[in-house]
Structure formats: structure tokens, C-alpha cells
Design a protein around this ligand. Structure first.
Ligand code: GCW
Length: 688
């Protein structure tokens, strides 16, 4: 059987006969829809599609089901009205749902009761997932609510149809300066997003087309919103803060100028006239050459609030990115430090942003490297709404030509306890709004799917998009659960397939780190070129601030308060103390936080076992490359258990990755050998 991956994880593959028989006794023959909103009608058609495909059974739509049971879709209030004796118990929060099986006259009614239409849709997808996994339907009893209201993807699509940092073909939204005529893929994308609870999508590059807010463009992007609407996904746009000048023809875009304020108000009103459920704007300003309020001596707060006030009456939000830094930094200045930038700029503005502004913070303080500490800004804005931005598109992590399952990386940041106010404040609870009682907040992933049939090029890369949705819904979900659930939906329930693919996924980030950038040093990709492949020296002696600070004696950025850039002092005191001291700083972040000799000894405990920095680099690179070779063997063990098309695609990619891992290994090891002059204790690196 050939499969092209176009369905993503929504394959609804036919179940084994035994599973079909077991499920069928509890699955009614009819579906009754208590609500006629487009989102609930999507839920109904999805249920019909999924059940017919997985079980080979027709689910009849009925206005009022007969007495033989039904799948019932509606809001909690509607379901209660339909079954007055049903007691919902704990109520779901906004967009949440209840899944419950009740018996009436010996027949099963499966209730999907949403807090609202989106909740009904999410509950239906969850039910279908349970069916796909062959779970018992007789005693459904789930109450689920999302962790936070903002659960968005960003696309970095340009209106000419290219995608910045996209590795899977051209834009599904734009072509040739405008929205493409055929938007079928946009609707399919929204369906995939909805299936994991994602409720917003910003469709254009944060390096925004200056004309995005022109009337013609708004008319066009409204067509994308039409595709999203039945799936409860709201459209958002990235806008450039110079729009009042570029689109509006004003002589200024100073956010405090009354003409500018009035222009934004009108522009936003026009957007809502075309797109009534518009979600809001994302703003990148004063960053990497983009225009910004700094030009007029204004702050991000000034700009954010003006846009937010225009959006507010319509229920829109403004996501202002904290990715603001100087990319012409002076590498000769030992105190210069790009990692400090976001906190330096935003912390003093805490409490001054309007309540529909969300400051969007990248997971780490630099830029989506293979390992970074959590941005200190997460703990630095207790009176501001914040969201975390992660990157599902693998810019620095192999560009979907290497397998890197990013969920464990994101979880490491989400789970990190910042110890703000000397109490438990894990990043996930900060962005959920729990830690500081914020009304808004959440999760954003740069996704960058493209026109490639399978969306993300590497068939296994879709696990990152799926997993992002799962984490945004509930960041406590384990990486193992996500890996296994995604594999079962994507490749079926065969135990060997599920075990093998999830093991591959779970090992992939650590082994990629092993053969690329060690000990918190950054990915070591060529940052001046495509951000792909080894380019160790490219980090040094330029304005971009991703410095390794390597010389012949030692390596690493000294970010301590005592002798370095002072970056560590941006963390709350308890966490700062952990990073400041070489004794307690975790080795995986050692070279991010400290400058040490190549012969500096790592901690005694496993996996470092008291090795020197340079020997660790040699060993981990051999280990990582061996791990990449093992992925090939693991995948080969599935020959015959996975359809031919995807089997062949993944095999080719894993073989390529195994080869490229050797290129990486040798480039990094020879560079360290040359820099340090220290030989490999095992004599492997002497051939350079
Ligand atoms: O990671 C860097 C990318 C840029 C990107 C920027 C950002 C959209 O290399 O391509 O620009 O981050 O996040 O704004």
C-alpha cells in the first residue's frame, strides 16, 4: 500500500477486524448534531469520515436520533437540554469538552459536549483518536480544557510564495504577490491544526510584506480566513509598524502621533469588516533591520498599545515579539551580549502593556539553537501577558533532512522552574497565565508547512507539529505519550512499529546535539549561510552575537555576574545562583554560561563522568554519529510493516542523515583539535 503522507496523522487507517468488532458494540449508528454552527458541522463530517474509514461503517446523520443510541454533538447546555437527567459534573473551560458514554434503555449515547463549538470539535477529534487506538468506548468519562487561550502557529510565508526558513516547498497561501487561487491546502491545514486544538494561525512572515494591510491584500487574505473558519482556526497577520507610512501615505509612523493612531484604528476596522473573527497581529519591530518605534525614540510598549487599542473593541490581540536585539554588536567588547537584549528592553516595561497585548518570547535568549536555557524574560514580566515561541520548522536542527523530535527540547524549557519570587514558577505555568494570574498567554510555533504533499518534507517531522498542539493543549503531556500517540495515528498500532518509531523520535534530539553543538555552545551551523551544516567559525567575530569566544586555551561565553556579561543576573536569584557557580551549572549549558579551559573537567556524574570538555566533544560526536547510523538500522527493521512510499522516503533521509552526521562529527572534532591542540585520548581525531 502506498501512502503519500498528505493526510498527516489524520489517516483513519482501517482497524484490525478484532478491534472493529470490539468497538462496534458501543458505537451507535447515528450522529445527532444539536448545533448548526459551521464548526460543529465540521465535527460531524469528521466523525462520519473517521468512522467510515476506520471501521467501514456509516454513521447516519439524524436530526433527532432514534432510541437506539447516537453520537451526540453539542455544547454542554445543548446536551443537557437534550438529556435533562444527565449531570455533566465539572464543567470544561472555554474550548474544552466532556466525553461521556451514557446508557438509555440499553443503548449507548456517546456525548461530546463542548464548552463552545471549538470544544465540540476538539472533543470529536479526541474521540476519533481513541477509536484509532482501539480504546474502550463503553465508559468514556473525560473532561478536558486547554492550558491557555493562545495556541497558534506562525507561518513565515512571503507574498511571492517563498517561505523564510521553510523546507517543504512553496507557500500553501501565497503566490506571485497575492493569495493563491486554490486554497484547498489551507483548509486541509486548518483541519490538521484543529485536530490538536490549535485555534490561530498567523499566515505571513514576521518580516512582513509592507503592503499586507493594503485593501486589496485584506480582501485576498479574507479568503484564507474563510478556509480556516469551519475548523475554528482564526486568521492572524504579521504587520510592519511602518504601515501608516508605507500603506497609508502618512509622513510618519510614530506610534504616538494622533494621525498614526487614527490610521491604525481605521485599518483594523477595515480588517474586521472583511474578517469578522480576525485573531490579531504579530509584530516584529526594531529587529534585524525591521522598522520600529525606536526610530522615534518610542518603546515597544508605545507601539504595542496603539495597535492593541485598535484591536480591542473587536476582540483581537496583539502579539509583540521580544526578539529584539542589535545585530551589529561589537564582538571586541567582552561585556556585549545578545542574550541580554530581550530582558534589557522589555523588563522595564512590565505592567505598562494593555491587557490584550501578549509579549511573545522565543524559548531561549538567542535563536532556536539545539540547546539554550529558558529565556530569563519569562520570569521578568509578571505583570504582562506572555507566550512562548518555539520553532517546529527545523531551521538550526537539520531542516527536516535530519530527524529531530523537538518535543523533549521544548518540554525542558516548559518544565524549567524559574523560581520567580522564590517560589515554584515553571515556564509552562507562566505562559499559561497561572503563575502571575494573567488573563491571556500561551503557545506559538513557527510551523512553515509548504506545498510538499506531506507538509514538512521528512515524514517523521510531522510529529513536531502534532506534538506542539498536544503541548499547547496540555504541557504536562509526556514526550513518550506524544511520540507513541503520533506514531499510532501515523503508522498504525503494530507494536513493533510503535516501539521502534517512538524510540527513534525520542533519541533524535540528544543524538543531533551530540554530533552538532555541545555543552550549550550553540548549534555550530553556518550562521552566515543557510543555517545548515557545520560552520563553526561563522559564529565568531561578527555582529550577530552568537559568539563561542574560543581561543587556544578555552571556549565559551562568560555570562556570569562576577566576571562576565552579567546575563545570569537576569534570572531570579535562586536560578541565577545555580548557573553562576561552576559547581552547580548543568554541564549541558556550561559553555553558554561560562568560559573554561578545554581541559576543564565536567561533573563526575553520568553521562559526563568527569571527562574534560574537549574529550567530551570528541566522544559525544562519535556517539552522535553512531546514533544517526543506528536510526537507519531501526528504520530498516520496519521493512514490510510500513507502506512502501513512506518507508522509502524515510530510509533515504536516514541514510543521508547518517552520512551528514559523519561530516558534522569530523568538522567539529577537527576544529576542536586544531583550536585546543589537545589530542583525542582514543586516537581517533589525529587524522586531521
Ligand atoms: O531565526 C531567525 C531567522 C530569521 C527570522 C528571525 C526571526 C523571520 O534566521 O529568518 O526571521 O529569526 O525570528 O524573526
Amino acid at each position: 500500500l502506498a501512502e503519500d503522507g498528505s493526510a498527516g496523522w489524520l489517516r483513519y487507517a482501517r482497524l484490525e477486524q478484532s478491534a472493529i468488532a470490539a468497538l462496534s458494540k458501543d458505537l451507535p449508528a447515528e450522529v445527532e448534531t444539536l448545533d448548526t454552527s459551521p464548526v460543529v458541522l465540521s465535527a460531524r463530517s469528521e466523525a462520519q469520515k473517521g468512522i467510515s474509514s476506520m471501521l467501514g461503517r456509516t454513521l447516519q446523520a439524524a436530526e433527532v436520533a432514534d432510541a437506539n443510541g447516537a453520537l451526540v454533538l453539542g455544547t454542554v447546555a445543548e446536551v443537557q437540554q437534550r438529556f435533562p437527567s444527565w449531570k455533566p459534573g465539572a464543567a470544561p473551560q472555554a474550548e474544552g469538552y466532556i466525553l461521556r458514554t451514557i446508557k438509555s434503555h440499553g443503548h449507548s449515547y456517546i456525548l461530546v459536549a463542548g464548552a463552545d463549538p471549538n470544544g465540540v470539535l476538539y472533543g470529536t477529534f479526541r474521540l476519533l483518536e481513541k477509536i484509532a487506538e482501539g480504546q474502550d468506548l463503553a465508559r468514556l468519562n473525560d473532561v478536558e480544557s486547554p492550558a491557555a487561550p493562545i495556541r497558534w502557529v506562525d507561518q513565515w510565508d512571503n507574498s511571492n510564495g517563498t517561505i523564510e526558513r521553510g523546507y517543504s516547498g512553496r507557500s500553501i497561501f501565497f503566490d506571485n504577490g497575492t493569495v493563491r487561487p486554490d486554497l484547498a491546502r489551507a483548509g486541509e491545514y486548518a483541519r490538521l491544526l484543529a485536530s490538536v486544538g490549535i485555534n490561530g494561525a498567523d499566515v505571513n512572515n514576521v518580516n512582513a510584506d509592507l503592503k499586507m494591510l493594503s485593501p486589496e491584500m485584506i480582501k485576498q487574505v479574507a479568503r484564507i480566513a474563510d478556509q480556516f473558519r469551519p475548523w475554528g482556526v482564526r486568521l492572524a497577520l504579521s504587520v510592519d509598524v511602518s504601515s501608516p507610512k508605507v500603506v497609508g501615505g502618512l509622513d510618519t509612523f510614530d506610534p504616538l502621533d494622533p494621525k498614526v493612531i487614527a490610521w491604525w484604528q481605521k485599518a483594523v476596522d477595515d480588517v474586521y469588516a472583511a474578517i469578522p473573527d480576525f485573531a490579531g497581529f504579530t509584530v516584529k519591530a526594531d529587529s534585524e533591520g525591521r522598522a520600529g518605534p525606536a526610530q522615534y525614540g518610542r518603546t515597544p510598549m508605545d507601539a504595542a498599545n496603539v495597535l492593541a487599542r485598535a484591536l480591542k473593541p473587536h476582540g483581537g490581540v496583539l502579539l509583540y515579539r521580544a526578539f529584539v536585539y542589535n545585530h551589529h554588536a561589537d564582538w571586541k567588547d567582552p561585556k556585549a551580549d545578545r542574550a541580554r537584549a530581550a530582558y534589557n528592553i522589555f523588563h522595564s516595561l512590565d505592567g505598562k502593556f494593555d491587557d490584550n497585548v501578549i509579549v511573545q518570547i522565543k524559548n531561549g535568549p538567542i535563536d532556536f539553537q539545539v540547546r539554550e536555557p529558558a529565556s530569563p524574560l519569562f520570569a521578568g514580566l509578571p505583570k504582562t501577558n506572555v507566550s512562548i515561541e518555539v520553532q517546529a520548522t527545523q531551521e538550526y536542527t537539520g531542516q527536516q533532512r535530519h530527524l529531530v523530535f523537538l518535543i523533549p527540547m521544548w518540554k525542558q524549557v516548559l518544565d524549567l522552574d524559574m523560581r520567580a519570587e522564590n517560589r515554584s514558577t515553571p515556564v509552562k505555568e507562566i505562559v499559561e497565565g497561572k503563575s502571575f494570574h494573567r488573563p491571556l498567554g500561551g503557545f506559538v510555533a513557527v510551523a512553515n508547512v509548504g506545498l510538499d504533499t506531506n507538509w514538512l518534507h521528512h515524514p517523521l517531522a510531522m510529529a513536531n507539529l502534532y506534538g506542539f498542539g498536544r503541548l499547547a493543549w496540555n504541557p504536562d503531556t509526556s514526550s513518550e505519550t506524544i511520540a507513541r500517540d503520533w506514531t499510532r495515528l501515523t503508522f498504525g498500532n503494530n507494536a513493533k512499529v510503535v516501539d521502534t518509531v517512538s524510540a527513534m523520535l525520542l533519541s533524535s534530539w540528544p543524538l543531533y546535539e551530540d554530533y552538532t553543538g555541545p555543552l550549550g555552545l550553540g548549534t555550530l551551523t553556518n550562521i552566515l549561510g543557510p543555517h545548515y551544516g557545520p560552520g563553526i567559525e561563522s559564529a565568531e567575530r561578527n555582529g550577530w552575537g552568537q559568539w563561542l569566544r574560543a581561543d587556544h586555551d578555552g571556549i565559551g561565553m562568560d555570562r556570569t555576574v562576577a566576571t562576565g556579561t552579567g546575563y545570569i543576573g537576569q534570572y531570579p536569584p535562586e536560578l541565577a545562583a545555580v548557573y553562576e557557580s561552576l559547581k552547580t551549572c548543568p554541564d549541558e549549558l556550561l559553555l553558554f554560561m561560562h568560559h573554561v579551559a578545554y581541559t576543564y573537567k565536567l561533573h563526575d556524574a553520568s553521562p559526563y563522568n568527569g571527562e574534560t570538555v574537549v574529550q567530551w566533544v570528541y566522544d559525544s560526536h562519535y556517539k552522535g554519529a553512531a546514533g544517526a547510523a543506528k536510526l537507519v538500522e531501526q528504520w530498516k527493521s520496519l521493512d514490510g510493516l510500513v507502506d512502501q512510499e513512506r518507508y522509502a522516503q524515510v530510509l533515504a533521509l536516514q541514510e543521508y542523515q547518517a552520512g551528514h552526521a559523519i561530516v558534522w562529527r569530523d568538522a567539529v572534532n577537527s576544529w576542536f583539535h586544531k583550536m585546543s591542540g589537545v589530542d583525542d585520548a582514543q586516537g581517533r581525531v589525529d587524522h586531521f
